[in-house]
Design a protein around this ligand. Sequence first.
Ligand code: C5P
Length: 392
Amino acid sequence: MLDRRRVVLAVTGGIAAYKTAFLARRLVESGAQVRVAMSKSAAEFIGPQTFAAIIGEPPYQDLFGADDVSPHTMLARWAELIIVAPATAATIARAANGLSEDLISATLLATEAPVLIAPAMHTEMWENKATKRNIDILRSDGYRFVGPNEGELAGGDVGVGRVAEPEEILSAARAILEPSARGLSVLVTAGGTREPVDPVRYLGNRSSGKMGHAIAEEGARRGYEVTLVTTSDLPVSGGIKVLSVETADEMKAAVDGVEPHIAVLAAAVADFKPADRASEKLARSEGLESIELVKTPDILASLVARDDGPITVGFAAETGGVDRAVEKARQKGVDLLVYNNVLEEGSGFGTDTNRVSFIASDGDVEEMPLMSKSAVAIELWDRIDALVDSRM
Ligand code: C5P
């Protein structure tokens, strides 16, 4: 809960401004005190009356006003956190260069509070070198970012630049104002391992790494120090340490080198690998009839067995009901198990959505609806944060 915490919501001019109304509502529901500052162009997309109705007072719109002599310094000093959502390329550019010719840029220049930026723009603008430079400057100045996501943009375009969802922005705000993270470290494994048969072929599985990467991103957003051991080359935000691996043995070696407070093992690790790896490509004419398999190391078991081991979250991708996963949660000694049925539509490998159940160590099952993988990551982290708060 953001009990009475003071949040300034700065809304700039993009179509995504309408989503900020939901964010304002969620902040109020979370107990925060909210003041809204709107740019002139934001008011082209959403009316000040909408925010006034949600937060109970009219938004600030002008740098110069008869009532408030200096609204920018008042907001800057009052805020414990400033959220800029949506943040246009122009707002980002002004902040990066210390310009202060309007209410929002002047407030940003005047504040000592942390600032969370939720960029929203077309992909071309997001990828422009000037924007990238500005983002780098703001990151090194300590500004925090949430998103942008990939998806549908204004005018029907699709690409990176879509503003983060209100729930993602809320969770990033909570991570800043009430961090469970407190410098704790997290290991996340992601993707499917590939076990070579010869230099060309491998035994693998359909895991894309999307779920594990979403978990790593959300952990970093909440302020945890994240190491991601992954077989996937999906893009990863700066600040996350990435160890790229291919096989179960490589994944085990990478994990052995990390001593995390929390381990989330979302990787689909091969249970078996070929006993021998041919050094030359196997030829059809040689007629390989079978491949001898040997067991791979159980990475999860090795973490659970550590003295003073981490809070451990396992995954169980099954093709049947939840019962087997409940048994697995008990057997494996994990603190939490995330179950999904990969045969269900929209749930499993390669999709952007997932329908999971969370299984507690006592076998308690909590079924979730079909959600985006980033929403699943948020729900999962809410439960991990609760475990952290109860144990550490
Ligand atoms: O038994 P099962 O393979 O379903 O267990 C899945 C869980 O165990 C996942 O969290 C997976 O990342 C982990 N695992 C592992 N090492 C293996 C096999 C699975 O860490 N060799």
